[in-house]
Design a protein around this ligand. Structure first.
Ligand code: HEC
Length: 311
């Protein structure tokens, strides 16, 4: 009886599954889902090579300095770097005096309190300070940016899919929405044209970003090392710099990783040699006294022959 009930319950489940499958299949054929504008136009970050890529990667200090310069002269007007301190700039190859001068001359002052009056005030940045935010708070930041919030850039290359590649593609990815065609030759529909204060950029997930193109003309900054400041170069350099801000100890991590790998390799070899050494006698015993011993085999063959067993 239980079996019959079980059979019918199972049959019920299978029937429901089949009904669900065929209804969905019919639906998918009759009303195929329409591609969203995001699926049609959003582009994946273009790969870009950086010296810090891969397990052997090291930072290119000259590039980081150039990237820092782009941040300082362009991005710092809107974006904070609240997890990075001035003193860390010595990692980029600046001397102590240079780092002091950079902090002292930083255009944005650090908020503080006047000790005499208790009023809010600002002071020059010190080497021990984090990079100050250009806005007093989120409300002020949104008010200045058409209600969009410029995110803190310290960890942006970790926070976005594609990391540095994404930042580089985004900075060089502004296109004219009127004339833009995707790889299938389709134009951007009217409903997805950027609204006021928005700018079309197919690398941005939303297609229209509130940040106006920050790097617009070659020579926007002048690099101290004489590198030609094309838009392409500046965006690469600032992306490389943002890899450093997100992970300043990447080189130490790579070094530790290699040390651990080599240590584990040597430990494995030692463990194998110890295993051979410890079991060597036991194995010898087995081969002398065990079933493979020639005298033992001879006896067994004789017995088999006596009883007429083959093999
Ligand atoms: C005029 C102000 C302004 C400047 C200058 C500026 N940004 Fe932005 N940025 C913004 C705003 C506003 C947003 C938020 C956009 C949004 O959410 O639509 C943003 C967003 C971003 C994002 C995040 C995009 C995302 O996926 O959410 C990155 C990365 C970025 N900016 C990098 C930079 C870099 C690098 C520079 C310097 C070369 C720079 N920005 C200069 C205003 C600015």
């Amino acid at each position: 009886m239980v079996r019959i009930i079980g059979f019918f319950v199972g049959l019920g489940f299978v029937t429901m599954l089949l009904v669900a499958f065929f209804t969905d299949a019919k639906n998918a054929i009759q009303n195929p889902s329409v591609e969203t504008a995001e699926e049609q136009f959003h582009l994946k970050p273009e790969p870009m090579k950086l010296a810090s890529d891969g397990p052997l990667g090291k930072f290119d200090r000259a590039q980081l300095q150039r990237g820092f310069q782009v941040y300082k002269e362009v991005c710092a007007a809107c974006h904070s770097l609240k997890y990075v301190s001035f003193y860390q700039l010595s990692d980029l190859g600046y001397s102590e005096a240079e780092v002091k001068a950079i902090a002292n001359q930083w255009a944005i002052e650090v908020p503080t309190v006047n000790p005499d009056t208790g009023e809010a005030a600002t002071r020059k940045a010190l080497v021990s300070d984090r990079f100050p935010s250009p806005y007093a708070n989120e409300t002020a930041a949104r008010a200045a940016n058409n209600n969009a919030l410029p995110p803190d850039l310290s960890l942006i290359t970790e926070a976005r899919d594609g990391g540095a590649n994404y930042v580089h593609s985004l900075l060089t990815g502004y296109r004219d929405p009127k004339t833009y065609r995707n790889e299938k030759g389709e134009a951007l529909p009217a409903a997805n044209q950027p609204g006021t204060g928005l700018h079309f950029n197919p690398w941005f997930a939303n297609l229209n970003i509130a940040m106006p193109a920050p790097l617009v003309s070659d020579g926007q900054v002048t690099f101290a090392d004489g590198t030609k400041p094309t838009v392409e170069q500046m965006s690469r350099d600032v992306a490389a710099f943002l890899v450093w801000t997100a992970e300043p100890n990447l080189e130490a991590r790579h070094r530790t990783g290699w040390t651990v790998m080599i240590f584990l390799l040597i430990a494995t070899i030692l463990a194998y040699m110890a295993y051979r050494n410890i079991w060597a006698n036991a194995k010898r015993e087995v081969s002398i006294r065990g079933p493979l011993e020639p005298a033992f085999r001879e006896r067994m063959d004789e017995q088999k022959a006596d009883r007429g067993i083959a093999g």
